[in-house]
Design a protein around this ligand. Structure first.
Ligand SMILES: NC(=O)c1ccc[n+]([C@@H]2O[C@H](COP(=O)([O-])OP(=O)(O)OC[C@H]3O[C@@H](n4cnc5c(N)ncnc54)[C@H](O)[C@@H]3O)[C@@H](O)[C@H]2O)c1
Length: 440
């Protein structure tokens, strides 16, 4: 049984801490947010993540997991110090290392015996070397190694992903240190790649950039399908059955969002640029993604003319289902664009209402999807929550002022929706022709 300390109790840090505690280690999670530490110490999770609350409560009870604001209560005894603080986008698109830098300084101050500093945050290539230098500079007596261990979990299934990884990536300068980290994951029976620090850091960026590229690729195909009368869902199915291609991340829609893809693609492009590379593909990926947000407003304008004074209902606010995370959620920008057009906006999300209330002002938040439909001139599906797939669409239509449905996540069958009398627009599923005010 090893002693672990995890810096940052957010999506990555908390899942890492709770899962390692569940695997039998002693874990102290350190976060500078005092309110978060207080609530976590009582087993209350400040965000929505399926299965995490049970895991945290169970490990609090067994006393293998604890939370504190004080580095001095976790770092000195730790064999491993994991870092999971955020690295958001800076003003130029670069990764903002403010939190990372503060965390590293605080770790350095508290190292009293040999420990392995394991970085799980997504950080610019070269950060592992920088961490080693920073710690050495701050505390020249410190005995430590640095290992890069990028995290690949997805919000909404973070616990399952952590406990069932496809691979573990470890970057190091000393193989023995990486092997000690590998031993923590020994139970997982998955491939473990041990490489150098920079390559490990790059694997994370390249993985996220590739997934984002697939999304932008299929969105470009969707735009072509719309114009040429093909159905992108069938195209994705037909492509995805090819084993060389696969179906994952070929979902056309209003684009990727969240706390990772937007900032990571942008940070990689920024890094490439300042090192003299021309990241043309990454730039195109970001541009296509930005354009997808505008597709919704263009469709609405196309069918309704001016949106001034009209009521538009939004189904789903989180950046994807099964999370309440609204960082870079497409819904936020779409709502902003709609308000700029003079539209009144109503919205509902199964998990993100509390966050939306703090984040978006001047919209009406409704208790359910039917309340959103009531009196709306159009409905926009912004997040593909299962709940929206099960709606009584006849009831939805009867509540709306005009039956216009913009399915930004392609969750409905176009023929069925048009058969019910909706003016239905998916993404890449054909554009209904408007003749004399009637959709055909
Ligand atoms: N969220 C994801 O799905 C995901 C997946 C893989 C990798 N990542 C990467 O992991 C990192 C963390 O992401 P996240 O979504 O968990 O972030 P988050 O914002 O949810 O959590 C970060 C936590 O760190 C705390 N913190 C900030 N500065 C601190 C300091 N100096 N000392 C102690 N605590 C501090 C914050 O209070 C916060 O609770 C990022 O680099 C991200 O790119 C995220």
């Amino acid at each position: 049984m090893r002693r672990l300390c995890v810096i940052g109790a957010g999506y990555v840090g908390l899942v890492t801490g709770a899962c390692f505690a569940d695997l039998g280690n002693w874990v102290t999670c350190i976060d500078i947010d005092k309110a978060k530490v207080k609530s976590l110490s009582k087993g209350v999770i400040p965000f929505y993540e399926p299965g995490l609350a049970e895991l945290v409560k169970r490990n609090l009870r067994s006393q293998r997991l604890s939370f504190t604001n004080l580095y001095s209560e976790g770092v000195p005894d730790a064999d491993f110090v994991f870092i999971g603080v955020n690295t958001p986008s800076g003003t130029e698109g670069e990764a903002d290392m403010t939190d990372m830098s503060a965390a590293v300084e605080s770790i350095a101050d508290c190292l009293t015996k040999y420990a392995i500093i394991v970085n799980k945050s997504t950080v610019p290539i070269g950060t592992g070397d920088w961490v080693a230098n920073q710690v050495q500079r701050k505390n020249d007596k410190a005995a430590f190694d640095v290992v890069s261990n990028p995290e690949f979990l997805r919000e909404g299934r973070a616990v399952t992903d952590f406990m069932n990884p496809d691979r573990i990536v470890l970057g190091c300068t000393k193989r023995a240190a990486a092997e000690q980290v590998a031993a923590l994951y020994a139970t997982f029976q998955c491939p473990i790649i041990i490489t150098d620090l920079r390559t490990a850091e790059m694997i994370k960026y390249a993985s996220n950039a590739f997934l984002a590229t697939r999304i932008s690729f299929i969105n470009e195909m969707a735009a072509i399908c719309d114009e040429l009368g093909a159905d992108v869902e069938e195209v994705a199915r037909g492509m995805g059955l090819d084993k060389r291609i696969g179906r994952a991340f070929l979902d056309a829609g209003i684009g990727y969002g969240g706390s990772c893809f937007p900032k990571d693609v942008s940070a990689l492009a920024h890094m490439a640029s300042i090192h003299g590379c021309h990241p043309q593909l990454l730039r195109a990926v970001m541009e296509i993604n930005r354009d997808q947000r505008h597709v919704v407003v263009q469709r609405l304008r196309g069918v309704l003319g001016s949106l001034d004074g009209l009521t538009i209902g939004i189904l789903g606010l989180s950046f994807k289902p099964d999370t309440d995370d609204m960082r870079n959620a497409p819904s936020v920008e779409i709502i902003h664009l709609l308000k700029n057009e003079g539209a009144q906006v109503k919205a509902y999300d199964p998990a993100a209402m509390e966050r939306a209330r703090k984040l978006i002002k001047g919209i009406q938040l409704c208790p359910d999807a039917y309340a959103v439909a009531e009196g709306s001139d159009a409905l926009v599906v912004a997040t593909e929550w299962n709940e929206f797939k099960q709606l009584d669409m006849a009831r939805v239509k009867s509540l709306m002022r005009q039956p216009i449905l913009i399915d930004g996540r392609n969750i409905y069958d176009p023929a069925e929706m048009r058969g019910m009398g909706f003016v239905y627009y998916g993404v890449g599923r054909g554009i209904p022709r408007i003749l004399n005010g009637q959709a055909r």
